[in-house]
Structures are given as structure tokens and as C-alpha cells.
Design a protein around this ligand. Structure first.
Ligand code: SAH
Length: 325
């Protein structure tokens, strides 16, 4: 039994069944606080860990948007859940080439990952929550961050809970599931309000769907394989598909503008990933095959190209970032 499972059982026995939302929150807080889950030896891999091209294109898109917004000074680069800091390092390098050198603010709860990030990006400031980031125009990036925030599940109008049955964790009900995520709505609302007030843009990339729909998407991944959600609590990654219609609604209601939703493959192609891949392969012919593989993994429909999607939120007086027109 994992230490968290013991704690969760005791909690259920003391308080009664806990919501899926509370369960996912507790599991992911423990999971991220105790490890670096990324990479071949970990549980999963993300786009910036596949290739530097991902972060470079994000950086180039942010720099271009900033330039077209009139290159305001005192910009902050804010990343939500920066993982190993790879995306930030690649994006900041690309922004630097375009003459943009924002102060760096990371919203990250994991002490293990904060340490990794400090090795990649010097001079960052860390925050537990977005609210800690100072008020200024923002360039925000979140890759595979929203999917880690807790969802609620409802069955026939009743919230689904985790109970202890015959000594083990079990769902208190089964049936047709509807999910939502107050935690995501809250952070997107906060982001939208800040962008509308202070200026700036946020690019959010995640796996998910364009329209709200019934169905269960909560899943567990351990060692690059799917697992049962109630197995080994705190020792596997719990995520749920992002409902991008809900994201767009929260941002609009907060007064920000929202772009159309684009598949990751289409978005990276519009940002010129093919040309960047050619340039990298020409500069380092011994890495040509690796670059080609990375390009396929990021953009191919059967890989991350279609399941992953990007959306941007921006201040009303900021332009639509490239790749979303
Ligand atoms: N963006 C990175 C990592 C994705 S994993 C990449 O693409 O590689 C999810 C990240 O979000 C981790 O850094 C994790 O520690 C962080 N995270 C998860 N829940 C969080 C929360 N509630 N607040 C802040 N950071 C969180």
C-alpha cells in the first residue's frame, strides 16, 4: 500500500467518501511533490522534452506577438507547471534572439521540479499560485498543466466519490459520467482577468476536446502505460482531457479575447516547424534522423498531432498570436 493510500483510507473512514476532485488533487499533489515524472525512465513524456523545436516555436510566437503589440517594456514570462524547465529555456533563447528578455516567473508547487527548473533557467522567481505573480503585461505558457488539475465527476446528477469497500478504495457509483473542473475554470478566469487588465497573451497547449460532452476522460499513467485510476494513489500520473469550450468560456467571461482552437500538428506547421526541422538537420546531419522522428511525434495525427490542441487568450488590445489566425 502506498503511504498516500493509507492516508486516504484513514480520511475516508473518518470523513466519509471523498469526491473524485479531492482524490485527484491529493494524488497529484503527492505525485509531483515526490518525483520528476518526465522522460523515458519516468511515467510520461511531453512535447518540449521530445524536441527543442517545440519551445523555440512557442518563444518565437510570443516574441512576434509582443512586437506587434508595440514591444511594451517590463514584460513577464510566466509558465504554469514548467516541468523540467526545458520549454522555458528553449522559448527564452528564441525570444532573446528577437530582442525580448522578460523577467521569468514560474508557478510550480513541486520542490523536486523547482530544483530541475533552476538548473535550466537562471534568475527565475517561483510562486505557489498565479496570484503571486506581480501585476504586469504577461507572456504566459502552459503545456500539459490544465490536464493535471482536478476534475469533478457526476453520475445522474450525483457527484461521484471514492469510498473504502472491503478494505480497498472503490468508486461509490458507476454509470454515465459528466466531468467538469472548477480548478481549471478558476485559473483560466484569473488569467483572463489579468490579461484583460494588464495586457499580454497566454498560449495553452494540452490534450482535450473542442466541445463539452459527456463521458469519462480521467486516466492514470504509470511507466508510459495506462493504469487503473484507484491503483497506487500518488504513484501514478492522473490527468483528464481539457474541455477547451469551458476554457474559452471562462476566459471570455473574464474579459479576454480567445482564439480558435488549433490541433498541435496544424499549429506547429503554421509556425514553421518543417523549416526549423530542415535547418536543424542541415546544421547537424548526424542528428537528422532524430529530428525527423521528433517532427513526426509532435505533428503526426497518430501521435500528438491531433489529440493535443492549442488555444490562446489575449488582451483585447493585443494581436492574435501567429498560428491561431
Ligand atoms: N509543462 C511541462 C510539465 C508538465 S507536467 C512539460 O510540458 O514538460 C505538469 C506540471 O505542472 C509539473 O511541473 C507539475 O509539478 C505542475 N503542477 C501540477 N499541478 C500543479 C498545481 N496545482 N500548481 C502548480 N503546478 C502544478
Amino acid at each position: 500500500m502506498t503511504p498516500l493510500e493509507r492516508a486516504l483510507r484513514e480520511r475516508v473512514l473518518a470523513e466519509g467518501p471523498i469526491s473524485i476532485e479531492a482524490y485527484m488533487q491529493a494524488c497529484n499533489a503527492y505525485y509531483y511533490a515526490t518525483r520528476d515524472p518526465l522522460g523515458p525512465e519516468g511515467d510520461f513524456i511531453t512535447a518540449p522534452e521530445i524536441s527543442q523545436m517545440f519551445g523555440e516555436l512557442v518563444g518565437a510566437a510570443l516574441a512576434d506577438c509582443w512586437w506587434r503589440a508595440g514591444s511594451p517594456s517590463e514584460m513577464l514570462y510566466v509558465e504554469l507547471g514548467p516541468g523540467r524547465g526545458t520549454l522555458a529555456a528553449d522559448a527564452l533563447r528564441a525570444m532573446g534572439r528577437a530582442g525580448l528578455e522578460p523577467a521569468v516567473h514560474f508557478v510550480e508547487t513541486s520542490p523536486v521540479l523547482r530544483r530541475e527548473q533552476s538548473g535550466k533557467v537562471a534568475h527565475a522567481t517561483w510562486h505557489e499560485r498565479l496570484a503571486g505573480v506581480p501585476n504586469a503585461p504577461l507572456l504566459v505558457v502552459a503545456n500539459e498543466f490544465l490536464d493535471a488539475l482536478p476534475v469533478r465527476q457526476f453520475i445522474g446528477g450525483m457527484e461521484r466519490r471514492v469510498d473504502v469497500v472491503a478494505g480497498g478504495l472503490a468508486f461509490d457509483r458507476d454509470g454515465e459520467i459528466i466531468e467538469d473542473s472548477p480548478a481549471r475554470d478558476a485559473i483560466v478566469t484569473e488569467l483572463g482577468k489579468r490579461l484583460a487588465r494588464d495586457g499580454g497573451v497566454a498560449i495553452l497547449i494540452d490534450y482535450g476536446h473542442a466541445a463539452s460532452a459527456p463521458g469519462e476522460t480521467l486516466q492514470a499513467v504509470r511507466g508510459h502505460k495506462f493504469a487503473h485510476v484507484l491503483e497506487r494513489p500518488g504513484e501514478q500520473d492522473l490527468t483528464a482531457h481539457v474541455d477547451f469550450a469551458a476554457v474559452a468560456k471562462a476566459a471570455e467571461e473574464a474579459g479576454a479575447l480567445v482564439t480558435s482552437l488549433v490541433t498541435q500538428g496544424e499549429w506547429l506547421e503554421r509556425l514553421g516547424i518543417a523549416a526549423r526541422a530542415d535547418a536543424l538537420a542541415r546544421a547537424q546531419p548526424e542528428r537528422a534522423e532524430e529530428v525527423k522522428t521528433a517532427l513526426r511525434r509532435l505533428c503526426d495525427d497518430r501521435e500528438m498531432g491531433t489529440l493535443f490542441k492549442a488555444i490562446a487568450i489575449h488582451a483585447p488590445d493585443w494581436p492574435t498570436p501567429a498560428g491561431f489566425e
